[in-house]
Design a protein around this ligand. Structure first.
Ligand code: BG6
Ligand code: BG6
Ligand code: GLC
Ligand code: GLC
Length: 877
């Protein structure tokens, strides 16, 4: 019979090739490369929209953060139960990963059983009850102990909003699922609830992942270049590794995170309007979720057969096929499936399979009908792979742009029945992607059963992280201070402040007079030079205050690095270097001839005898120049300027950075009577009254005192809260047993910036994140504990200071502001919050406002110089 057809067709071929008729009819489904590039560009725009916090709500592509931060490194191990729900089959598995289970490193062993997919319209209860029952049955059948708790990996192939790895709110159902009551709920919790109801199975859900993510992970286990996961199955979707700095919905800037694009929803906002055909519209209208998952309905296996049926039906109705004959079966939804589509395109049997299908639908096809229907199937599935190519090209282009690359070598892990079963699909997809993006070397790897294996890999990492976190948590317990311990620190600080005021410089907390008697009153005016020594760099600034006008200053700045050999050379070399920098700055400002009044911020402990006379008590923070301790700093500076013999300066005041900071903030807020620095070092000054140590001119007992509170503990008063790690830092410092409290706050010589960097997730984290995700978490955890303790100790000290000021003034309640500066305070994401919280609890009778200071040492030193000058002018008048 079929032979007759072939002979007949030979003659009819002389008339018209049946594929031509189909080509004409389905013209709109042919997508040329320029159209694909256009779709790809729209895809990229949608991805951007989904990643941005402002436009995410309106975006069709949800771009969901998955909290998977790296692909596997091959060292993952463990034994897991796994559930795989959402694809064409529902599976329960036992997955053994890595050497611990007797499998060689990098190996995976899986035992699986397929269970009926939960009913299409099942209720929530029934869905997860079915899942739990299946799991229980699996444990029985495979003889897996019910006694112990099993770690579980859950592949759930629907759009979920995750804030952690083992939690996720279902945004909406896709494909053929629509169990009621779960939308907007945590899926893991729903599963746990069902397991509790069923009883007898004890599991800990370690990770819930989308099938795309799991596929990428499986492929990444063998190939480190795999950074994209692609599913072309019942539905379609892709995930890829995005730069964290572009994911607005997740904190942090460094490293990467896998984003589940949920690209099946592409077109839901009309982006594919000019590519959607009448068949797509009919299919959508008759679906579970009209108007939703537009791309998925043009690509996914759940819809391909149906699209072919709708086209064939229409052609038959128009008399273009089967001589206009239409059967009941052809009119019935679902009678052509993806399996049929795949079979129609088989290399050898394609035509026979087409004929069998059509006859099965009670049609009587001619040979030309079979050729035509086979061609319909080709056009529908070719369009599917073309659309996937456009999406993939968008992702790969984005990855190249993110990494500033002109060429990219990358692997895409792929899974799904369409990709696996359709004989022509992979070849077409690969060819078009390579044509669209010739600059990309793309390797496609079929990741068979990838979903279950990948979920187990994610769980293995999660499990390793959890146990490491517990271990590190234990190690960090000495860093955790109780309220009781913090109260003790406050009391000891108070005792130390009082002892310092009485002892005239010999106690641990030195309480050094600054000879600054008042904060600015806004009448300060003129041009001043400000010099600052005490951080990594030396700074020179020119500050101008306009006469009579408060809050009106201008500042010009230049920084100079101080080489280590100068910091730790001789005193003369250090001050010669400073004079050289000042000369350069004056040159730069064109002011070498002017004899400017200058203020010198010198951020080390100094014993003053006047505002412009002070001897250095001892170096710290990495400075150790010889022949300076015990000498007058201003004289050393003046001598160096004289030696240089290039310019002249009127050095009118020398101040500590805390005092400069207080002055600069007091210029804005008269309530500011405390200065705090939390940077390379940590220190506080405040307006003391009533103590002899604060005695100024004419016996007035009010003066700013530089506490040098970093010395707290040098006399052993903090020994009970010091950890072995503090002792180690102390012993490796330049000045062992000095500035104990400073070390609590900052670590050694500038290391604090590392703590900041790690906590706010910048530079170093990238390296760690890419290479060692577990290390990152440990480092972040350690930094968190260390800096939390620093902020709390600082808060306890501050509580002692504000209470002392309140009592000095005999007040029930004190309202006061603190001027603050320093990199740790300003850059650390949580330091100020913890500090303020601690002060609130430990000094409930004080309302303390913290004012971040801008350019404190420059402005403050200039202000003190202005105040000192005014004083001089008044006394001359
Ligand atoms: C399978 C996975 O291999 O691929 C599923 O185990 C996944 O979880 C699926 O969803 C996608 O393809 P399909 O065709 O089953 O939907
Ligand atoms: C600067 C201030 O911003 O911070 C200085 O102007 C202060 O006065 C310094 O000494 C302290 O911070 P760090 O972190 O640089 O030591
Ligand atoms: C649907 C789901 C998506 C899944 C895809 C493939 O598009 O929404 O989460 O990845 O199908 O299974
Ligand atoms: C150190 C110095 C101190 C300074 C502080 C902040 O503790 O001893 O004088 O204020 O660092 O820079």
């Amino acid at each position: 019979m079929f032979v007759v057809h072939i002979v007949a067709s030979f003659f009819s071929k002389l008339q018209e090739d049946p594929t031509k008729k189909v080509d004409r009819f389905l013209y709109a489904m042919h997508l040329h490369d320029d159209q694909l590039s256009d779709i790809s560009a729209r895809f990229q725009a949608e991805m951007k929209k989904g990643l941005s916090v402002e436009s995410n709500a309106a975006a069709a592509l949800k771009m969901l953060p998955t909290h998977v931060r790296s692909t596997p490194d091959g060292s993952e191990k463990g034994e897991f139960l796994a559930l795989d729900l959402g694809g064409s089959r529902f599976k329960v598995l036992q997955v053994k990963v890595g050497e611990a289970t007797g499998i060689k490193k990098g190996g995976v062993e899986m035992v699986e059983k397929t269970y009926p997919t939960p009913e299409e319209s099942s209720l929530l209860l029934q869905l997860f009850d079915h899942v739990s029952e299946s799991l229980k049955d699996f444990l029985h059948e495979k003889n897996i102990s019910l006694e112990r708790k099993h770690p579980l990996a859950f592949t759930f192939s629907f759009p979920c909003e995750q804030s952690t790895l083992n939690q996720g709110l279902l945004l909406n159902w896709t494909k053929n699922f629509r169990a009621g009551g779960l939308q907007g709920k945590d899926v893991v919790q729903a599963l746990r609830g069902a397991l509790d109801r069923i009883g007898g199975v004890d599991v800990e859900v370690l990770a819930m992942v989308n099938d795309t993510v799991a596929t990428m992970m499986t492929c990444g286990f063998d190939d480190q270049q795999c950074e994209v996961g692609l599913i072309i199955g019942t539905g379609t979707n892709a995930c890829y590794m995005e730069e964290l700095r572009h994911i607005d919905l997740v904190e942090g800037d460094e490293g990467r995170m896998c984003v589940n694009t949920e690209w099946g929803a592409f077109g839901d906002d009309g982006a594919l309007k000019d590519y959607v055909t009448e068949f797509d519209r009919d299919l959508d209208a008759a679906s579970n979720n009209p108007g939703k998952q537009i791309l998925e309905k043009m690509v996914g296996g759940m819809y391909l057969g149906e699209l072919v049926r709708l086209v064939v039906l229409k052609m038959a109705k128009l008399g273009l096929l089967f001589k206009g004959q239409v059967s009941k079966a052809l009119r019935t939804k679902g009678t052509i499936t993806t399996e049929h589509v795949a079979a129609m395109e088989e290399y050898k049997n394609g035509l026979n399979n087409t004929r069998d299908l059509l006859m099965g639908l009670d049609l009587i096809p001619t040979f030309d009908d079979c050729v035509a229907v086979q061609h319909v199937s080709t056009i529908v599935s070719f369009r599917s792979s073309n659309l996937v190519s456009a999406g993939l090209a968008a992702i790969l282009t984005r990855i190249m742009e993110n990494r500033n690359l002109r060429k990219l070598r990358i692997t895409v892990g792929v899974d799904g029945t369409v990709y696996k079963m359709h004989p022509q699909y992979p070849k077409r997809l690969h060819k078009v992607v390579r044509r669209l993006l010739p600059e990309c070397h793309v390797r496609f790897v079929l990741s068979d059963s990838g979903s279950s294996k990948g979920a187990a890999l994610v769980s293995a990492v999660a499990q390793r992280l959890a146990s490491r976190r517990r271990q590190v948590d234990g190690m960090l317990s000495p860093f955790r201070l109780s309220q009781e311990q913090l109260r003790l620190v406050k009391t000891r600080m108070r005792t130390a402040l009082e002892a310092g005021l009485k002892s005239k410089g010999s106690s641990a907390v030195k309480m050094l007079p600054s000879f600054v008697y008042r904060t600015p009153d806004g009448t300060e005016h003129g041009k001043y030079l400000a010099l600052h020594l005490g951080e990594t760099n030396f700074r020179a600034s020119l500050v101008k205050f306009k006469q009579g006008l408060q809050h009106n200053s201008r500042l010009y700045n230049k920084m100079y690095t101080i080489p280590l050999e100068i910091k730790q050379g001789s005193g003369e070399e250090l001050f010669d270097y400073i004079a050289q920098c000042v000369g350069d700055f004056l040159d730069y400002m064109g002011m070498k001839k002017a004899r400017l009044p200058a203020g010198f911020t010198f951020s080390f402990p100094c014993e003053h005898t006047a505002v412009d006379k002070c001897t250095l008590v001892s170096w710290n923070k990495g400075f150790k120049a010889t022949d300076c301790e015990g000498r007058d700093v201003v004289s050393m500076l003046r001598e160096a300027i004289k030696r240089r013999n290039e310019f002249d300066l009127d050095v009118a005041a020398v101040v500590n950075d805390t005092v400069a900071t207080m002055m600069s903030c007091a210029y804005e807020d008269p309530r500011c009577e405390i200065g705090l620095i939390v940077g390379t070092g940590c220190n506080v000054c405040y307006m003391e009254e009533g103590s002899e140590r604060a005695e100024g001119r004419a016996g007035i007992l009010k003066m700013c005192i530089n506490t040098e509170w970093g010395g707290l503990g040098d006399d052993g008063s903090l020994d009970d809260i010091i950890t072995p790690h503090d002792i180690e830092v102390d012993q490796h410092s330049l000045n062992p047993a000095k500035q104990r409290e400073d070390y609590f706050f900052r670590g050694q010589g500038g290391r604090n910036s590392c703590v900041n960097i790690i906590l706010s997730g910048s530079a170093n984290t990238v390296l760690f994140c890419v290479a060692m995700p577990i290390m990152v978490c440990v480092v972040v955890q350690v930094c968190g504990a260390v800096s939390r303790r620093a902020a709390q100790l600082c808060g306890a000290g501050m509580a002692a200071v504000v209470d002392k000021i309140r009592e000095n003034r005999g007040l029930d309640h004190l309202n006061i502001s603190v001027g603050v500066d320093g990199t740790l305070y300003k850059l650390h994401p949580h330091f100020s919050g913890i500090l303020q919280g601690t002060v609130r609890v430990l000094a409930p009778q004080c309302t303390v406002t913290f004012l971040p200071s801008e350019e404190g040492s420059g402005k403050g030193a200039a202000l003190i110089t202005a105040v000192a000058r005014q004083k001089l002018e008044t006394s001359h008048d």
